[in-house]
Design a protein around this ligand. Structure first.
Ligand code: NAG
Ligand code: NAG
Length: 317
């Protein structure tokens, strides 16, 4: 029997960190699964500490601690797994679900020597890469998603964990003409977090990891018949300060989105904590519960196809 109600306890610290003193309050989130795992029906919904359903895109605060520049990260893909799980930006309550291509569940290919995602991968809530905004540095518009994060700590997180991260740098990936920032961060609860404060510390303490990260993003879509991805800044990582400014800019785009200053297009901006009661994006607790109640009931998991384990080999250009 699987646990359908599983606490996401990562927000509770296991050892006392200096920054924890400055935090206004403890935020606790939990998850609830619906549908059948490894099928099109699978969904992962989020609840707050009062047990009310929320949107992980809009209702989880971007900052875990603004004064210390500690951000929340919603873990979508645990390290070494392949299922391309993501916050469903166009669905009510924005549950995590698996990306679908041509009717098939999407798994990222293993491009040698990588196995699945090589970090815990996810997004910073309350951010948005505006497709109507052309970035000055990349000369490309946003990809219409919250900003992505690669968390480089030792722990393999679980899907749906909401963790607190320290930002270390950022890579400016260009995916088919769209800006798709990849923030590099570390879980503040990682034993090494105190030694990692900037991108140069990653290079020094985790040799090869940044190079592997660029290689991963450059080639991960090649097995799907796509061209290699490109990068602004000649594929070099920008430092912590640049990364924080980039995140803040995407928070500004999200604010414009949620306050209807920018057209939401197909995005679902319903939220339970942010918008005023009379606004179009406001979702009552009852309405949120009805969304989850209306989703598929929980059921047996389907097996993951063996083809997901295939390793792909390419000569480097
Ligand atoms: C972006 O570039 C334009 C034109 O060069 C400039 O006017 C504007 O201030 C720049 N914006 C930012 C945020 O740097
Ligand atoms: C981060 O490192 C860069 C050089 O890589 C340096 O210019 C910058 O001041 C550092 N930032 C912080 C916050 O330490």
């Amino acid at each position: 029997m699987r646990d359908f109600l599983k606490p996401v306890a990562a927000v509770l610290f296991t050892h006392i960190l200096p920054e924890s003193i400055h935090r206004a309050h403890n935020m606790n989130f939990s998850i609830e699964e619906r549908g059948n795992p490894n099928t099109l029906s699978y969904r992962l919904y989020f609840k707050n500490s009062d047990g009310k359903y929320i949107s992980p895109f809009h209702d989880i605060p971007m900052y875990a601690d603004e004064a210390q520049n500690i951000f929340h990260m919603v873990v979508e893909v645990p390290r070494w797994t392949n299922a391309k799980m993501e916050i469903a930006t166009k669905d009510p309550l924005n549950p995590i679900k698996q990306d679908v291509k041509k009717g098939n569940l999407r798994y990222v290919a293993n491009v040698f020597p990588h196995k699945g995602y090589i970090w815990n991968y996810g997004a910073i809530p309350q951010t948005w890469e505006d497709p109507g905004h052309k970035d000055n540095d990349t000369a490309c518009c946003g990809d219409n998603d919250p900003i992505d994060v690669c968390e480089i700590g030792n722990k393999v997180c679980s899907r749906g964990d909401v963790i607190r991260v320290k930002v270390l740098g950022v890579l400016a990936m260009i995916d088919e003409g769209e800006t798709d920032w990849k923030v590099i961060a570390i879980n503040v609860d990682d034993p090494e977090a105190k030694d990692l404060n900037n991108i140069s510390d990653v290079r020094r303490l985790k040799p090869g990891y940044l190079e592997a990260t660029v290689d991963w993003f450059r080639r991960y879509k090649v097995p799907d018949g796509k061209p290699e991805n490109q990068f602004a800044f000649n594929g070099e990582f920008k430092d912590k300060d640049f990364a924080i400014e980039t995140i803040k800019a995407t928070h500004g785009f999200w604010k414009a989105l949620i306050s209807q200053q920018t057209n939401a297009g197909e995005l679902n901006c319903k939220n339970t904590c942010v918008s005023e009661g009379d606004g179009p994006f406001c979702c009552s607790a009852d309405e949120a519960k009805a969304v989850v109640d209306g989703s598929c009931p929980c059921g047996e998991a389907s097996p993951v196809p063996n083809s997901v384990d295939k390793w792909f080999y390419y000569a480097k250009n």
